[in-house]
Design a protein around this ligand. Sequence first.
Ligand code: ACO
Length: 337
Amino acid sequence: MIADISANGRKVGITGIGAYVPEKVLTNEDLSRMVDTSDEWITERTGIRERHIAAPDQAASDLALPACRQALERAGVRAEEIDYLVVGTCTPDMMFPTTGTLLAHKLGATNAAAYDILAGCTGFLYALVQAYGAVASGLATRALVVGSEALSKITNWEDRATCVLFGDGAGAAVIEPVSTGGFIAFELGADGSGGKDLMVPAGGSRAPAARETVDQDLHFIHMNGPEIYRFATRAMVASAQKTLEHAAMAVDDLDLYIPHQANRRIIDHAARILGLPQEKVFINLDRYGNTSSASVPLCLVEADEQGLLKPGSNVLLSAVGAGLTWGSALMTWSDGR
Ligand code: ACO
């Protein structure tokens, strides 16, 4: 799916953002005492130095709650004014009810339709596109888009090939009609033929939870690292290029590129092929690892706090993830409603 939406009458953009990460920090040094790895290997191969880990009683909706409250406060919007709430997550509190409904209840967003989207690490971008569509069409007035993940709960802490990569966190954005700026173009894609390369094999209707599935570690993330690496480098670049082309914009027109934070080498490769100088590429994975759907909004919040999101800035968000899925969103940063 690709859309240049600049011709649409209604400008829709982000009016407030928020983020939250749990308190506990797990460093590479800590990991080297848990599995056969080293700070040097993890830093060199991934760029990750530490990640945040949810407490035993913190699920995705708990991580999302403070992020949403911050986004609402910054947008100057009350929870009851939200009429559309969508959560991108692959670590929902439970199979059902959805994290969206539980979160809406905790927030007091009593007037919102609420649900989840499962699109792996592209979850926030898929959610963003749906919220845009709802607000631009007039179906919704104010949407809250959330990416929230407690990946530590589905990580096999004995598997050094995966446990060094992931972290927990949440980010949120309020989506409303805006007077200046707003979204310009989106691209989303999916290819289920690569689904087998990144999955949690059991716990669904294919392999329901059973003693054997637990014994065989099938409720944890299973990943073909090199295959996902090849896919990610290809898809990040292609999605960004298609989106820019569709909007008739050049790479030089971009002020900031916010890529999904999976691996520093994937980001550097994408930036090099796209022709983006380092100062226009936002990176914070050294402190958070791969937080899946939370990664892009966590970056947005830090970029804003560093003064990198000025009204009029052209910002490109791109992500790839399980599914396989990928997506990009191009926007001009708005100065509010
Ligand atoms: N510490 C030390 N050695 C390790 C570790 C570790 N944590 N993990 C793997 N190794 C070893 C392997 O066993 C292998 O050893 P061998 O050569 O003796 O067999 C060696 O390191 C090389 O393994 P590779 O898997 O080939 O290493 P690679 O350079 O590909 O890096 C990595 C692995 C970091 C996982 C890389 O493939 C990658 O980043 N892939 C993409 C993964 C990703 O981004 N996943 C996120 C999922 S969703 C998304 O965001 C797309």
